[in-house]
Design a protein around this ligand. Structure first.
Ligand SMILES: NC(=O)c1ccc[n+]([C@@H]2O[C@H](COP(=O)([O-])OP(=O)(O)OC[C@H]3O[C@@H](n4cnc5c(N)ncnc54)[C@H](OP(=O)(O)O)[C@@H]3O)[C@@H](O)[C@H]2O)c1
Length: 266
């Protein structure tokens, strides 16, 4: 199974809230769940999946290695710990969550360790997240472009990351758009509201359809059943070329995920 285009994000969701979100998502038909070691919710995600009765082989499960766990043996040990929490013997995709802060560790070290995790069967696919063009080049030099299942990065109408997208595409590397709703900001954008009215949908659905139509996977999160259902229905929305172009005009370099250890962005 390659990466399903529509996934469920779980950042910030903890305890019963993440259990409810994942349970509802699975009921509604989501089959791709995105978690991470740093989210502190892998055990709850595992609980919700186990309770859902959805067969493991129908699910696509992603986790991400936190920056503190990038050193070789630690990467493998931390991933085994994630598998135990998620109650599975193998995740479908493991991402390097961020490049090593300050490049303290070389990409070749931790991508090599991640490839070893894949050889050991701990993860079916491997990939990266928040990788710049420079980091992607080093990853390609280490494991080859074909081994990199995705680069999960922030992409939404207000931050379109065009240089990175173009480079990844030139290498045949798939992209996953995180924070696809700009953490709710897309709802207040007049252009998206106007296009939404024309299609009798919501601005969130317009933003998601705009990303899907460009070939990105999307992983919006929600705590609300109605929003989870509406977001999934964005798969049925088709925007015209003119609408796609108008939304592309919303680019304003607005980066929402920018911690102090982030790399120098493209
Ligand atoms: N790799 C990385 O470094 C990284 C960084 C950030 C995020 N991510 C991943 O990307 C996922 C998505 O990002 P995100 O959760 O930060 O932001 P997001 O999906 O862009 O936005 C989520 C927000 O939008 C609201 N929302 C969702 N659907 C809605 C709808 N149909 N109508 C109105 N409001 C709606 C949610 O509120 P309600 O709960 O009220 O619906 C929530 O406040 C994360 O959960 C995580 O899995 C990865």
């Amino acid at each position: 199974m390659s990466i399903p285009a529509f996934g469920l994000g779980t950042f910030r969701l903890k305890g019963q809230q993440v259990i409810d979100s994942v349970r509802t998502g699975l009921e509604l038909g989501y089959r791709h769940i995105d978690t991470a070691q740093i989210y502190g919710n892998e055990a709850e995600v595992g609980t919700a999946i186990a309770a859902s009765g959805v067969p493991r082989d129908e699910l696509f499960l992603t986790t991400k290695i936190w920056t503190a766990n990038l050193a070789g043996e630690q990467l493998l040990a931390s991933l085994k710990d994630s598998l135990a929490k998620l109650r599975t013997e193998q995740v479908d995709l493991t991402l390097i969550h961020w490049p090593s802060p300050g490049d303290a560790l070389p990409v070749s070290d931790y991508l090599g360790a991640l490839a070893e995790a894949q050889r050991q069967g701990l993860t079916r696919l491997i990939g990266v997240s928040n990788f710049t063009i420079r980091h992607l080049r080093e990853a390609i030099a280490t494991v080859g472009a074909a081994a990199i299942a995705t680069n999960q990065v922030e992409i939404h109408p207000f931050l379109q990351n065009r240089a990175l997208v173009e480079f990844a595409r030139s290498q045949g590397i798939h992209l996953t758009a995180y924070m696809p709703l700009a953490y709710g900001k897309v709802l207040h954008e007049p252009l998206l509201q106007r296009i939404a009215v024309a299609h009798d949908v919501s601005p969130a659905q317009v933003a998601l359809a705009w990303l899907l139509q460009q070939g990105f996977a999307v992983i919006p999160s929600s705590t609300q059943r109605a929003n989870l259902a509406a977001n999934l229905a964005a798969r049925d929305l088709r925007l015209s070329d003119a609408e796609m172009a108008e939304i592309a005009g919303l680019e304003r370099g607005e980066r929402l995920a920018n911690p102090d250890f982030a790399p120098a962005w493209d």
